[in-house]
Design a protein around this ligand. Structure first.
Ligand code: AMP
Ligand code: MG
Length: 681
């Protein structure tokens, strides 16, 4: 039983209720709205009374008048960010001090908070696995009535740190589930003007308060704009209508855009600033949408491509039982159990020239490898153990029935699948396809990958180097790796570090390619405007991966003109580009190409002849040289300098020495894992 005397206990001890009382939008006539009197009490008293029974504890966010809010005996916190930065700053402050796994916000100026708000938000949040549940009425979200998992605090902190203020934008970067409260639309009415307050006081104007709520919803997300002026309330103006449309579009897009956030929110140890290599792979894998389109090509052109459809055998291969050896075809039943048997030679069978007749009792046929088994014969005795004189053939004892005979269809059986869609076509597959007599085969179209280098310091090959410039080498390593992977490549050159050029390049790439790879520009100093740009074009996360080399990396999807492309923002350092490509992008591109099965390269255990310094807490990919010693044993040692700019280390190496996350230093003679470059492309 709760304070309201309802017969269901609606309190949820895992939720902190956060009343948002800070911000310019929550002031009226120079007084905090929450402190305005309404029906004998302050507005915030109404809110508190409705919220407190539903949650484990309450926190109030206010930036002034703390004494007035302390009457509830609960914690009152100010924004950590100055200038009344809006509801997100309040949410951030509340989440930072809350110790419960969920935080629910309600504004201080909505005295009719639903009594089952938390219960219903929680049910949908759990059911959907989303990061945030937001109440909505008549399809319109009530953005400040929401339930948030506290695990998204870091995401919010990063969003605010990078200058984000609008609830719209933050929601768009997360998995949001919208919860319908149509049955009690008035409960979300907030009070914006004294006039509304007086009307409500008189019990007459729920309708006008609802209009106020509507206009409020359109602008409440936007911390830069004050709430709608009274004149706009009676008849919401065009701006509000547009803002609402924008809101709807944003939320409609959320379904598309929130996949990454949803994946990430399901991971216990997801930390974008110290992400384990395995976690990064997991996130990438779960967001890939492989291409499905096929094209038909001649058999030889299918080499290296991904099979587009299952291949079902139309015939038995071999078509007939035939001999696996040169020898004599016999009826096993004619042979003596012990001792030799003498058979009469009835004829011969060669590959392509079968024995016409049927083998009678006591007869045998001289047969060559690949020749069709004569009628009646079931066993082949190899010629080396047989004594033949004229038409007398002596067969020694101990022959097994069926020996040296290939059965029709033992390679490929008619009606059975031979190859499955998603397999890569290698030499063996080419042969199998040819053995079915097929001249053409369906393969997936090639993956289109656009790539460019970013950096004001980059010079293109052939040009004279100006002071402070370096030649762009990344585009060449990328060209090499992508070509060997069999992608169709779109080389977009060098793009300068300015927002307009980058935006143009990214949009062009997104509309033309399945995947976009960039190098440079994702390190801490440079990420800010790229972050903002990528956030606008799609859903991209920035990671600091717990690895060396190649710490910073960005990953996600960006869209333009209705086309979507996977995005891989690699670091700028030349070795880091190659390492992150091999460790993340290679597998992702193979999966995107439609490859099924496991194409992860094996790690082999090899003795390391030199010591390597390393601390636990990150995975290292040292460039190694695998060589054989005088006794033929394989050993590995790091190639010289391991700096992430030392591309020579990649060229001198023939493998990565993969030192696991938890591993400390390596002593000479210890076993280490190596990954061969051969096979990496
Ligand atoms: P960034 O990640 O953009 O800060 O770049 C890190 C380092 O890599 C800097 O020293 C850059 O000059 C270098 N770098 C970036 N892009 C390239 C490139 N395409 N070719 C060679 N070096 C590069
Ligand atoms: Mg750069």
């Amino acid at each position: 039983m709760n304070a309201k005397g309802l017969d269901t206990d609606r309190s949820n001890g895992e939720v902190t209720g956060l009343i948002l009382a800070g911000g310019q939008g929550r002031r009226m006539g120079g007084v905090d709205k929450g402190l305005q009197m309404f029906r004998g009490k302050r507005l915030i008293d109404h809110v508190y009374e409705r919220l407190a029974p539903q949650v484990g504890g309450v926190i109030i966010n206010a930036n002034q008048n703390h004494d007035a809010y302390k009457t509830f005996g609960v914690r009152v916190v100010s924004d950590a960010i100055g200038n009344f930065a809006g509801p997100l700053a309040g949410l951030h402050a509340g989440m930072s001090v809350s110790r419960r796994p969920y935080v629910a916000t309600v504004p201080c100026d909505s005295p009719f908070v639903p009594e089952d708000l938390i219960e219903r938000l929680m049910a949908r949040l759990n059911e959907s696995g989303a990061a945030i549940a937001v109440a909505a009425t008549r399809g319109r979200p009530e953005p400040v009535f929401c339930l948030v998992r506290r695990s998204v605090l870091e995401h919010l902190t990063n969003f605010l740190k990078s200058g984000g203020r609008k609830v719209y934008d933050w929601y768009a970067s997360l998995a949001v589930v919208v919860v319908d409260f149509d049955d009690q639309a008035e409960a979300f009415s907030n009070i914006n003007t004294r006039e509304q307050l007086l009307n409500l006081e008189a019990g007459m104007a729920v309708a006008s308060a609802t209009i106020g709520a509507m206009a409020g919803a359109a602008t409440a997300f936007d911390a830069d704009k004050p709430r709608a002026a009274p004149a706009a309330l009676a008849q919401p103006d065009l701006h509000d209508a547009l803002a609402r449309t924008e809101l709807r579009d944003t939320l409609a897009r959320t379904d598309l855009r929130d996949t990454l956030a949803r994946v990430v929110s399901c991971m216990d140890d997801y930390d974008p600033n110290a992400l384990k290599v395995e976690r990064a792979r997991e996130v990438i894998r779960s967001l890939l949408t492989p291409i499905a389109a096929n094209e038909r090509v001649a058999v030889r052109s299918a080499l290296g491509r991904v099979l587009g459809e299952d291949v079902i055998s139309t015939l038995d291969v071999p078509a007939h039982d035939n001999s696996a050896m040169d020898g004599y075809a016999v009826r096993h039943a004619d042979l003596n159990g012990s001792g030799e048997t003498v058979l009469r030679l009835a004829g011969s069978a060669f590959a392509g020239k079968p024995f016409d007749g049927k083998l009678g009792q006591g007869e045998c046929v001289r047969i060559m490898t690949g020749a069709v088994m004569p009628h009646g014969a079931d066993t082949v005795v190899i010629q080396e153990i047989v004594q033949a004189e004229a038409d007398q053939v002596r067969i020694p004892a101990g022959q097994k029935q069926g020996q040296n005979r290939r059965i029709a269809g033992e390679d490929l059986a008619a009606g059975k699948p031979v190859l499955t869609a998603g397999q890569q076509i290698g030499p063996a597959e080419l042969g199998l396809i040819a053995s079915l007599g097929l001249a053409e085969i369906a393969v997936r179209r090639r993956l289109r990958v656009a790539f460019f280098s970013t950096g004001d310091e980059l010079a293109s090959v052939g040009a004279a180097l100006k002071p402070g410039e370096v030649y762009d080498s990344n585009r060449y390593t990328l060209y090499g790796m992508l070509s060997r992977l069999g992608c169709d490549i779109i080389d977009m050159g060098v793009v300068r570090d300015d927002p307009d050029s980058l935006e143009h390049a990214l949009k062009t790439a997104a509309s033309a390619a399945d995947a976009i790879i960039t190098s440079g520009g994702v390190s801490v100093g440079e990420a800010d405007f790229i972050r903002e740009l990528l956030g606008r074009l799609g859903e991209v996360v920035f990671w600091k991966i717990a690895m060396k080399p190649g710490r910073p990396m960005a990953f996600g999807k960006i869209a333009h003109l209705g086309k979507e492309a996977h995005f891989f923002g690699l670091p700028g350092n030349p070795v880091a580009v190659m390492v992150t490509f091999y460790q993340f992008v290679r597998d992702a591109l193979l999966a995107l190409s439609g490859r099924s099965g496991d194409f992860v390269l094996p790690l082999l255990q090899v003795r390391c002849t030199s010591g390597i310094k390393k601390g636990p807490g990150r995975t290292e990919f040292q460039r190694g040289l695998l060589t054989r010693d005088s006794e033929g044993r394989w050993n590995v040692r790091p190639t010289g300098a391991q700096g992430s700019g030392v591309l020579r280390s990649m060229s001198e190496a023939n493998c990565f020495i993969v030192l696991e996350h938890e591993r400390g230093s390596v002593n000479p003679g210890e076993m280490v894992q190596v990954q061969l470059f051969d096979g990496l492309v």
